[in-house]
Design a protein. Structure first.
Length: 277
């Protein structure tokens, strides 16, 4: 248990350090040679690949293996496709937060399992000798008639919009007040999560103990890391250029033809009765 936890913390620390290094490099105002940055990125990619390949050894925990092979390899490409469709940071941030929140809610629901059966259902009914209509039916403290577990709603009282209930459940734990762009990101996240939610549940339901803990922590952490990577791909530093290239590009731009119509100045309208020229 101590070895697994230590290995888990070391991997998280390494990933955090790699992320910080990349961010520092991106903030450099000037890069003396473009090849230096390329070599540096190659080194970083090598470190990440080495760290990701190392857990593939025999000692890697089952929870991490299941997460890697059955979950992340399937759901990350789906999220990436939807993420790259969003054209501004507000939409993408909303998409990211709703996906991560939904994944956490899904695991919480799986951990809670079915609720215990109410004790009142197993207790024998007390025969008071009075007709049922005249008996005092007790209700839950602080609730109204509709909160009573025996209450059966009429069709008019049933939820009229199942999609609204599904949307509310998907956004549990997040702010309901969203801007139009944030709303777009949230709706796309809800669409993207259909399918991956089943993948996560099927993999998680078989895990117990340390494997379940590692699965949960690695899932949330990796979703955040992969979304960071997606955003970095969208905001890559522009490729270096040269004066020769700029000259060639300028010459290749189409020029306005000589016979292009110019703005024609119309003569002022002559007053009535004036002689024609």
């Amino acid at each position: 248990m101590i070895i697994k936890r230590k290995q888990f913390l070391e991997e998280l620390q390494l990933r955090e350090q790699v992320r910080r290094i990349i961010k520092i490099v991106k903030k450099r105002k000037q890069i003396q040679e473009g090849s230096e940055e390329q070599r540096f990125r190659a080194v970083i990619r090598g470190l990440i690949s080495e760290q990701e390949e190392a857990p593939g050894e025999v000692g890697r925990a089952t929870g991490i293996k299941v997460l890697d092979e059955e979950v992340l390899q399937n759901i990350v490409p789906i999220f990436k496709k939807y993420y790259f469709q969003l054209d501004n940071p507000e939409k993408r941030e909303s998409f990211r937060s709703h996906i991560i929140n939904a994944a956490e809610n899904l695991l919480n629901t799986a951990d809670s399992g079915p609720g215990p059966v109410s004790a009142t259902l197993s207790e024998p009914a007390v025969d008071s000798g009075a007709p049922i209509a005249e008996q005092d039916v007790s209700m839950a403290v602080g609730g109204g008639p509709r909160d009573d577990p025996m209450y059966i709603p009429m069709s008019a009282e049933a939820p009229a919009d199942p999609e609204a209930d599904e949307q509310q459940e998907f956004r549990t734990g997040l702010d309901d007040e969203l801007t139009p762009d944030a709303e777009t990101g949230a709706l796309r996240a809800q669409t993207a999560f259909k399918g991956p939610d089943t993948t996560i549940k099927k993999a998680y339901k078989d895990l117990r103990g340390d494997d379940a803990v590692l699965f949960r922590e690695y899932l949330i952490t990796n979703l955040k890391l992969h979304f960071d990577t997606m955003e970095e791909e969208l905001n890559m530093t522009p490729e270096p250029t040269t004066p020769s290239y700029e000259e060639e590009a300028a010459e290749a731009e189409p020029e306005m033809p000589l016979d292009a119509p110019q703005d024609i100045e119309m003569p002022a309208e002559a007053p009535p009765g004036a002689p024609l020229v």
